[in-house]
Design a binder for this molecule. Sequence first.
Ligand SMILES: Cc1ncc(COP(=O)(O)O)c(C=O)c1O
Length: 413
Amino acid sequence: MTEKKSFNPFQIREQFPILKQLVHGKPLVYLDNAATSQKPTCVIDAMNSYYQYDNANVHRGIHELSERATGNYENSRIKIAQFINAFDSTEVVFTRGATESINIIAQCYLAPHFNKGDAIIVSELEHHANIVPWQMLKQRLGLEIRWLPVNDTGDIEIEKLPMLLADGKVKLVTFNWISNSLGTCNPVKEIINECKKHNVLTLVDACQVPAHQKIDVQNLGCDFLAFSGHKMFAPTGIGVLWGKKSLLEEFSVWQGGGDMIIEVSYDDFSPNDLPNRLEAGTPAIAEAIVLGQAVDWINEIDLLAAAEYESTLLEAATEGIRHIPNIRIVGQSVHKSSVLSFVFKDNSLHPSDIATLLNLDGIAVRSGHHCTMPILKKMGLPATARASFSLFNTMQEVDTFIQSVSKIQRKYS
Ligand SMILES: Cc1ncc(COP(=O)(O)O)c(C=O)c1O
């Protein structure tokens, strides 16, 4: 029997207690979902329940609470493996977040396998979390970084990829699925297929994806994928590194201590099996378990219907803002997801001033470089204001946002 999924944004909204507050005397309009998502009651309750009833360290005790915590922790790993259609739950490594996942791939896979002359390809759209770890290897080992160009609309120029791959020096190609600063939804499968033709590994930064779209790593055909719990209705401090088992087995160890060993003597240690080998120390147990709860919650939602709904919000917001004089929309791909970045063309107000004034109307948007300095610089900008939508936002909130931007524009620019 296939499970029945549904999507009703108003019923979903009711499950987010944080949204029921006033900010500066106005109903909170939360449009900063790309930075971090809000948490539904079941996620908040699961966190409380863990500490109230089940708290214990994992993998170490044989008492009831420790067995319960261990069972729930490992069960969450299985849920996540199913959620992304991994081949096996041992391919799911718990990390602190996407940033740590990418750093582990750089330090424990790329670095030990580095040969002089090796290169990687990184898209120009990346978050710093998918740029700096490679630059650190460039400084340390001389890794060559080739940039996969992005055009004025914010789209990856995929036609340039074969040329960048042609000389056989590239070990890995990495790119995000959805850009957090421009909202571009990249042609991930096309990129992966091209890399496969050249036998080159791929790492997908899927940080902005699980709250909006289904992830299926087998269907994608990528080699590594990273995301963070806090952007998918779960707590901070937990994330996932997924990798094909044959590749994870070639990883050198990350940090030392705790569960990453089988045996230790005064002379040496022998590393544990996957995935514990890459999870040193006491992990973020509650957060990992609650990530499993967030996955259960998402699994009940018809994500296709939710994505369509979010598209109507984004389209309405884009249309509304387009009609306000002096606005430049930054990131104009026809394939966008849930992010609207903009500036005042004449710079009469800095994006941070726009965000400050919107805040006075109870509207939470992000301003700044969004940890994507290089692509903004390429677009001639130090910063943008960014509204990012989630499945609990409403058309009324879009209207409130547009009216507030319009008022600010009339008054200040
Ligand atoms: C596309 C993308 N990649 C990576 C990250 C880093 O995520 P975290 O800070 O949760 O590790 C973010 C966070 O904004 C992001 O949006």
